[in-house]
Write a protein that binds this ligand. Sequence first.
Ligand SMILES: CC(C)(COP(=O)(O)OP(=O)(O)OC[C@H]1O[C@@H](n2cnc3c(N)ncnc32)[C@H](O)[C@@H]1OP(=O)(O)O)[C@@H](O)C(=O)NCCC(=O)NCCS
Length: 153
Amino acid sequence: MMLAAEPVWASSAEPLAALHARCFDAGWSAREIGSLLNLPGCIGLACRVDGKYAALALFRQALDEAELLTLATDPAYRRRGLADILLTAGETRLFDQGVARIFLEVSQNNPGAAALYQRAGYAEVARRKGYYRDGSDARVLEKWLRKDGQTGP
Ligand SMILES: CC(C)(COP(=O)(O)OP(=O)(O)OC[C@H]1O[C@@H](n2cnc3c(N)ncnc32)[C@H](O)[C@@H]1OP(=O)(O)O)[C@@H](O)C(=O)NCCC(=O)NCCS
């Protein structure tokens, strides 16, 4: 299976929203995903398996910082490295575009995602108490891509 990250745009919002809904209890609508992809600085990357979207990452860059807005892999295609491919591809592109640091939020009740981010070099810098609908805290994680002229990811 040949897996690679490809850029996605608002024109693919419908199938990307269908994928998002397979990954989250409260998935984002096609309108929401389309709006995000149309925002300045927003980068969408996806992996396809057999032509169908199987994983999605959305980032938003503001000057030399970026946020990972969402990362999701279809339950049928997990633990095959898709999220890792998208995260690395996004970091590489953001690094090339001058980003020094990436932030993201992850629930304290999401050990799978926490393991993924820890392995990728993200570290907790803050907590947002009761941030999610289920009352769980958000852990704010960051990763430095460049510090004092260091090399990229
Ligand atoms: C979290 C999520 C994006 C991971 O996607 P994935 O494509 O399965 O992740 P990868 O295959 O790239 O995993 C890479 C590594 O991360 C870690 N990891 C990923 N999922 C894990 C899990 N459920 N439990 C433990 N470790 C996990 C492992 O170290 C894994 O490497 P390994 O399979 O060689 O052990 C996916 O489970 C998902 O969509 N979950 C629901 C949505 C979500 O929680 N998104 C993150 C919100 S912040």
